[in-house]
Design a protein. Structure first.
Length: 649
């Protein structure tokens, strides 16, 4: 028996999987010596560019041949064990002109395109390959059969646990999140069919399917030194997968370019988001109101950014003027907002970057909705990853907004998943902003304890109350001092401005202070109603004939058309660049954004002067009456304050 055991061990040793390296073998038939030499040089360069792990795992022979039956614009294609290149391109490779022949394609020169084609097809083979080569799998089967013939029960130790499982990149959930095929909400892990992360793309072909995305991006990962800076999250993914980085890569700046989409058209919108200044990220939740599109609240992310020179810490929460808000919203290129269009996905969904102060005013003062700012429990690395991913989405994403399936909550959750790679986020599934907040709190991913003490939450900026409560408190003063018959501030604001004016004469100093605040609320309410009026009135074509009306209408339409770049900043750049803009593109970004912002500022001022022509007569007169009320209250308040000797109210 001893000889049988020794023989078996020898057989198992010789049958264990053999290590092999990928080989690109040129089909030389019909090629001249110079053609063979140029071809081998190209293939050697391609092999040298590939990660060692890829060469080792693929571990097989791929035949490369030049074919003369391809379309003129085709560079190459591959089958199971063969890569074919277009023979029409071979002369330029041989005489060296391919190095200087510009193609107008993404890899610039003909030689780079040929090199990228070889790498592209090898990437396809790697993505489809099994862990074992055909030869290794054959040896495994032979080893198992011999062991069985020798009477060994079960698989030998040398074979046990080794299977020919499929190894791919294009079905990796993490890559799909980064590539633009995220999970669909409510679909049990199914992925989006359409890739909307396709703006600022190196090659539109990458968005056709995940397999092509992998192949195209491996081209750039291996050949473009700027890939690490243009698509940092994908560069990190491939580097970690291969445990290797290309030797040639440029140094990246620490900050990310973003466009501040605030309504102050008088300032420069282009900013640099510095991760070192971001202390924390909050889930910013706008409470619901009675409007159909807002009855479930609104999801946003708040970046707690420290003032320049301040070290990261709790004090940064007081630097409100530096905080920014990431908000997915439907970009509306027309003044008409239709609920039906929101259901059918007519509006683009884009990531807006807004100043926190504007968001607070927008919700608490105009829409009378409270805001809760709940810190997310993220590590430093997750915060950095989320900021990086947010910049990539800001420059590359242009989706479709659906109120019921791809709304602010869904988009925010997708951004959190892809930006943080937090496993506990993968199982969350909510289309409601309020529901997403509850899930984040319930899974221990958000700290709701900051809201336990309402007064402290207000003081520290974890909560921003709706002005409705303030208006009602001021109205109670008016009820007590003037004997107003209305029960709520809403009833008072519903009165025409001239009827409210009739009560001003009986007001004392404190009552006038309350009147001022409540009348300002009336003005905001009328402006919001005027905005809704414009939305409903200016759908489709406009009737001409009134010169003032036409002038105001043109200003409004140009503002709508010209402000799109604030949520789709890629409009400022064209040409071969892709991903995050680099240093060479900053100067143009600065110039283009300043020019557009100056035009928007000019149009805004023009619209302010002409907007009354767009409003109906009743609305216009009501706004004028409110302006007169505010002027009277202010003048009377000053007089009463002076007469009182400057006493406190």
């Amino acid at each position: 028996m001893k000889w049988r055991c020794v023989g078996l061990l020898a057989l198992l040793a010789c049958c264990s999987p053999l290590k092999a390296e990928l080989r690109l073998v040129l089909h030389e038939e019909g090629l001249s010596a110079s053609q063979r030499e140029a071809s081998r040089e190209l293939l050697d360069e391609a092999l040298a560019a590939l990660p060692p792990m890829l060469r080792s795992r693929l571990g097989r022979e791929l035949r490369v041949e030049w074919r003369d039956d391809m379309a003129e614009q085709t560079y190459g294609h591959a089958s199971l064990a063969r890569i074919a290149l277009n023979r029409r391109l071979l002369p330029a490779l041989v005489d060296g002109s391919a190095r200087d022949q510009y193609t107008g394609r993404s890899h610039v020169t003909l030689r780079q395109e040929l090199l990228a084609t070889v790498l592209h097809e090898v990437a396809h083979r790697y993505d489809r390959a099994r862990l074992w080569s055909d030869a290794q799998r054959s040896q495994f089967g032979h080893c198992r059969r011999l062991a069985e013939n020798l009477g060994v029960v079960g698989l030998p130790a040398a074979c046990r646990g080794q299977t020919a499982r499929r190894f791919t990149l294009s079905d990796d959930p993490r890559l799909l999140d980064l590539a633009g095929w995220p999970q669909r909400v409510g679909s049990r892990g199914q992925r989006e069919r359409h890739n909307a992360q396709s703006v600022r793309s190196p090659d539109p072909y990458e968005a056709s399917n995940p397999r092509e995305f992998v192949a195209v991006n491996l081209e750039y990962f291996l050949l473009d030194p700027s890939y690490a800076c243009r698509r940092p999250s994908l560069f990190r993914y491939f580097s970690e997968h291969f445990d290797w980085q290309p030797p040639a890569r440029q140094d990246c700046t620490s900050g990310y370019p973003i466009l501040n989409a605030g309504r102050d058209f008088g300032r420069t919108p282009l900013l640099e988001l510095d991760p070192e200044r971001v202390f924390e990220v909050d889930y910013l939740f706008a409470e619901a109101n009675q409007q159909w599109m807002s009855r479930w609240g609104h999801s946003m992310l708040r970046l707690v950014i420290c003032a320049p020179g301040r070290a990261r810490g709790e004090d940064c929460r007081l630097d409100l003027e530096h905080h920014l808000v990431l908000s997915f919203r439907a970009f509306v290129g027309d003044v008409q907002i239709s609920s039906w269009d929101g259901l059918t996905g007519v509006y683009p969904s884009r990531l807006f970057v807004l100043p926190l102060g504007q968001v607070i005013d927008e919700y608490t003062k105009v829409e009378l909705r409270g805001l809760a700012s709940v810190p997310l429990k993220l590590s430093r690395g997750q915060i950095d990853g989320l900021l990086e991913r947010s910049a990539e989405v800001h420059w590359g994403y242009d989706g479709d907004y659906y109120f019921l399936s791809n709304n602010c909550a869904v988009e925010t959750l997708k951004l959190l998943r892809s930006g943080t790679a937090e496993p506990d986020l993968q199982a969350l599934d909510s289309i409601l902003p309020s529901g997403l907040l509850r899930l984040l709190i319930g899974r221990g991913l958000a700290d709701a304890s900051v809201l336990d003490d309402p007064a402290e939450a207000l003081r520290l900026g974890y909560r921003f109350d709706s002005y409705r409560e303030r208006y009602q408190a001021m109205f109670e003063i008016l009820r007590q001092r003037l004997g107003l018959p209305q029960a709520t501030v809403e009833d008072w604001l519903a009165l025409p401005a001239h009827e409210r004016r009739g009560w001003f004469a009986e007001a004392d100093l404190r009552s006038h202070a309350a009147l001022l605040l409540v009348e300002q609320a009336a003005q905001r309410r009328q402006l919001l109603m005027a905005q809704e009026e414009l939305k409903k009135r200016y759908l489709g074509g406009r009737a001409g004939g009134d010169q003032a009306l036409d002038k105001a209408d043109r200003a409004l339409q140009e503002i709508l058309a010209s402000s799109g770049y604030l949520s789709r900043p890629a409009e400022l750049l064209d040409g071969p660049g892709y991903g995050l803009p680099q240093a060479g593109e900053w100067q143009r970004l600065q110039r283009e954004s300043e020019q557009r912002q100056a035009r928007l500022n000019q149009l805004s001022e023009q619209l302010d002067q002409e907007v009354q022509h767009l409003l109906g007569e009743e609305r216009r007169l009501e706004l004028q009456a409110i302006d007169e009320n505010l002027q009277r209250i202010t003048e009377r308040l000053r007089a009463l304050h002076k007469a009182s000797g400057g006493l406190q109210l």
